[in-house]
Structures are given as structure tokens and as C-alpha cells.
Design a protein around this ligand. Sequence first.
Ligand code: DSN
Length: 425
Amino acid sequence: MTVSTTLPLVASLRETDPDLAALIDAEGRRQSESIRLIASENYVSQAVLEATGTLLTNKYSEGYAGKRYYEGQQFIDEIETLAVERAKALFGVDHANVQPYSGSPANLAVYLAFLQPGDKVMGMALPMGGHLTHGWGVSATGKWFTSVQYGVRKEDGRVDLDEVRDLALAERPKLIFCGGTAIPRTIEFAGFAEIAAEVDAVLVADIAHIAGLVAGGAHPSPVGHAGVISTTTHKTLRGPRGAMLMSDEEHAKKLDRAVFPGLQGGPHNHTTAAIAVALKEAATADFKAYAHRIVANAKALAEAMADRGFDLVSGGTDNHLILADLTNRAIGGKPAAQALDRAGIELNYNTVPYDPRKPFDPSGIRLGTSSITTRGLTEEHMPQIAAWMDEVITAEGDGDSSVASRVRNEIREFVAPFPIPGYSD
Ligand code: DSN
């Protein structure tokens, strides 16, 4: 069997737990041999991987730098302060909290900071591109708060700010979320800010998907428009799995108290260190160019898909993300995504706005270009990816599953010159 190297500390892991090491190796090979188009994923750098795998995981640090509930924080305080200061400098914000465990807890902390149970929140509906934690019914945020939801226009798949304003004026929410998980177009932070001001609501920009684009100047920034900014750190930003809350001075204290002690115990210090590394990387000129390449690749992929008859929600993309409605391809999003996975193209099935099908078997697929851009793929590679998608989906619709295995071999060869950090054959 070929021995692959997946982790910096792989030698001990292989000895202590060969079964687990073998599974991690297999996952490394899978990540390396496929074309990853999951819009919320990325490949972190070797430096971020190394920071995540350090002995910082041994330490408890409840509290904030300079005010902890456990001793021995001499270096942890410096690490967390480094992450906070880098976040503030990169995004140009007054305040940053790098402790939320992930995006959903970060958003829950926002509710805890500014609402009482039963208070009204307004967010984009999940099937329209929003997030569970923006008040969707099955989430605690939809159960414990009164939620009103906006969507996109049926004709063009875009948010209609006039409709959002009318809803806000009628419902007067205390909190308004903009942003989401399946929005292929630029988020109009200034327009949302005007509406929030009219109804005296706190505007929360959830930039989880686009944080790297914002940092790299490839998407407008919410700073100066949204009082609170929530983001994960592992999507376009290319950090470890974690999250941050950023804000102006006015909202800072309430957010900090909501994260700790309101919602969480000790922060995950190994993650904080890796966030600090990712923020340093994101402040470079190289990252800026990378963010723009993500968007260029998404636009090229969207164009190549449209040329092949894919029906794209909103007609294309302004960012890293593409949402395709497969209704005209006579196949559901789920069987299409499963066939593509067998062929070595990894993405997720997704509802599309006004989807007549169920969320577990919806009409669409969602794609993103951050991971393939990290690997070094460029615009010239996008037509080939669109061609493979077209071929596999067409064959699957015709009941021919042999095409997927042929394409899988082609893809393995295609991606071989583009290694991923953390894995080598
Ligand atoms: N699961 C994330 C995504 O895929 O967009 C959002 O939480």
C-alpha cells in the first residue's frame, strides 16, 4: 500500500491509531483526487494546518485576554490578542471576537446580545439563500424568536430591497440579517443599512461565505454599514473551522458578554492560533490576487455552464458561488450531485428559490470556486469542468452510470499537477 503523508504529526498517529490514520489518509486522497466545488469549503495552508495541530489544544482559557478564570495564560493571551488585532486590521473594524466555535454559535451569540426570547428578527429565508440561524423555523432562532423572512424576486433571483423595506416597516424587527449561504450576487450592505436605520434595528452582515472576498477587495465591505459582522473563518477566508464576530464600539461589549459567559466556555486556543495565521495570510497581496481569481473562476465557470444549457439562478454570479436549477435537465439536484460525486466532482444539492421540491430532494446544485482556485486552477480550466458536469448529468438523466467512472479517471489525472496542502502521495 502506498503510504501517504496527511498530517505533520502523522508518524505518531500512524503508530498509536493506524485505523484512524488510514481513514485520514483516505480522506486526504479523496480531497486530493477530486474537483471540490462545495461553496463553503476550501483547502487551508500547511501553516494553518500546523497551528491547528499544536499543543494549544491542552489549555483552558475562559474569559478574555487580561481577564481569565484560569492561570497560565501568558502566551494564550498574546495569541488571542494577535488574532484579534489582525482581524481588526484586515477588516478595518473597531472590535473583533475570535472565540465563537463556529458560524451558528456566533449567530446565536448575536441573538443573545440584542434580543429577548420572542423578539422579532428578520432574515433571508433558507430556501431563498439564507441560513438556518437567520430565523428559519426548524432552528432555535426560528423557534425561540419571532421570525419574518424575505426572499428574492421570482423573475431574476435577486433581493428586492423595496420588498425588504416594506416588510421591515410592517414588522419592525429588532435585528436584521443580510447575507446567507446560497447568494450568487453582491450583497447590498448600504441598502440594508438604510432599512435597518429606518426601523431602528441592529443590522448583522453574515459574511461567512464571502469573508475572503471582502478581505481581498473582491466584494464590497459591510464595515460602516452593519453594526455587527458575523463570519466563519473556513470558507473563502481559508482559515480553520471557526468563527468571528466583528463590530463597531457601540455593539462590542454586548457581543463579548454574549459569547462568554453567555453562550460558551473556554475558547479553542489551537483554532484561535490557526485563525491568527489565516488572517496574516489574508493580509498579503497574494491573497488579494487570490480573492479576485476566485471570482474570475466563478464567472468563467458560470459562463461555461450557461453555454451548456444550465439554468443559473440570477443568470450568473458576482462572487464565488453558483446556484443551478436542474429542472430543465430532467434530473433532481440530489441524484445529480450523487452522480457527480461518483465522477470526482464534489458539490451539494440545494434548494433554489421557489423550489417546488423538498429540501432533501431539491431542484438545484450549489457550486463554488474557492477550493479549485486555491489549487491553482484558472479560468482556462473552467470549460472542461462544465463539460464534465454536463456529460455526467446528461448520462445520469439517461440512466447511464458508466460515464461517471470514466470521468473520474480523467479528473484524477487532471488535478494531479495541482497538489493540496497537507497531503502528498
Ligand atoms: N453549511 C454552510 C454552508 O455550506 O454554506 C453554512 O452553514
